[in-house]
Write a protein that binds this ligand. Structure first.
Ligand code: NAD
Length: 362
């Protein structure tokens, strides 16, 4: 089982180190190989996604990714900016299905900005399409407006588009995920305004005929944003496009107390995947040893479950994370009165200790 380890920038190296520490005490034979990506790729090889890093990512069975980005690269041309690395990996590896679970651990309900009764027991999954939509649609650019009230003025423009196979493949992934959970799927769109969204909705309805056991409903994205803070537990699985999913999954992240708790998986059609925390490189706290490594550790658990076929080891890690929360360990982002504040390394150590003391698989 070869794992490409791409720590990236900012807090990326600090949190990935803790996840690797956790993987190394599972008693499995992993081959871990590290490569630079993002700003680190640009510094080492002149490109955010160096050829050697891409080759390693292609050859590995799974990719453990930290985060990329730093404000110091904001002046670089877009193609050389760190964030292009993650877009490039998604595109080159055809990672089209992004899974973002939002689980509110009972010990962290106090860290959520919402009332306890609204979030306690929350367990929802957002399935976001990753390869299409306005993020990749062409044409795009800045031009002279060809028509309209401001014809002749400078304008910026992008293109929202989804092909039928793109919508079908994410629909199947989402229906199958719902089958394994509460069998409720909400497709989020803006079909009252956008042609692309109406098309998305029509394809979802067509695919739903193959999944009679899953209840499909539709919701406009503005309402979904409201319902996520009003009654988040009314959802089971949400499926949506790239842009709406980007925004809603960050909103869902905050329901759980901190974005530092949220793992994610981006999968291809064979379940090969890239696993990363849902947050970014947090340059504001990089190097201070205070970042929460749990989202990255939980991403490693998702990697074991989805790509490496080791669900028992994934359970072990998830139980160890629950255990350290029960023991009261908290990084600053999830700190509530009466708990023990720890830094990145101590939180990783606590998970390792819980793993060593907890039950072993088999
Ligand atoms: P961010 O997610 O990095 O940070 C947002 C806030 O959350 C900050 O206050 C940060 O300190 C905090 N935070 C994030 N992760 C945390 C953790 N593990 N523990 C404790 N606190 C944490 O988002 P941003 O500030 O908008 O972006 C910073 C950089 O990250 C930008 O360059 C952006 O482009 C990049 N980014 C990268 C990815 C990725 O690599 N997939 C995703 C999002 C943003």
């Amino acid at each position: 089982m070869k794992i490409a380890v791409l720590p990236g920038d900012g807090i990326g190296p600090e949190i990935v180190k803790e996840a690797v520490k956790v993987l190394n005490v599972l008693g499995e034979k992993f081959e871990l190989e590290e490569a630079p990506v993002g700003g680190a790729g640009y510094e080492a090889k002149g490109h955010p996604l160096p050829d050697s890093t891409l080759a390693l990512a292609k050859e590995a069975d799974a990719i453990l990714f930290g985060a990329v980005g730093d404000w110091k690269y904001d002046k670089l041309e877009r193609a050389l900016r760190p964030e292009q690395a993650i877009l490039g990996l998604r595109k080159h590896l055809q990672l089209f299905a992004n899974f973002r679970p939002a689980i509110c651990y009972p010990q962290l309900t106090g860290a959520s900005s919402l009332k306890e009764e609204i979030v306690s027991g929350l367990d929802i999954l957002i399935v976001r399409e990753l390869n299409g939509d306005i993020y990749f649609g062409a044409p795009r650019g800045v031009r002279e407006a060809p028509d309209g009230l401001f014809a002749g003025s400078k304008e910026g423009f992008d293109t929202m588009r989804y092909s039928e196979p793109e919508v079908r493949r994410i629909a199947h992934v989402a229906f199958q995920a719902a089958q394994k959970r509460g069998k409720k799927l909400t497709s989020v769109d803006k079909a009252n305004v956008l042609e692309t969204s109406q098309f998305w909705k029509d394809v979802m309805i067509d695919v739903s005929k193959e999944y009679a056991d899953v209840e499909l409903s539709h919701m406009y994205v503005d309402n979904a944003a409201m319902q996520l803070v009003k009654a988040p537990k009314s959802f089971d699985v949400i499926v949506t496009g790239n842009m709406f999913g980007d925004i809603l999954s960050d909103e869902a992240a905050m329901l759980t107390g901190s974005i530092g708790m949220l793992p994610s998986a981006s999968l291809d059609k064979n379940n090969k995947g890239l696993y990363e925390p849902s947050h970014g490189s947090a340059p504001d706290i990089a190097g201070k040893g205070v970042a929460n490594p749990l989202a990255t550790i939980l991403s490693a658990a998702m990697m074991l479950r989805y790509s490496l076929n080791k669900a028992d080891q994934a359970d072990r890690i998830e139980n160890a994370v629950r255990k350290v929360l029960e023991q009261g360990y908290r990084t600053g982002d999830i700190l509530t009165p009466g708990c023990k504040q720890v830094g990145t390394v101590a939180m990783g150590d606590a998970v390792v200790a819980a793993l060593r003391n907890g039950p072993r698989p088999g």
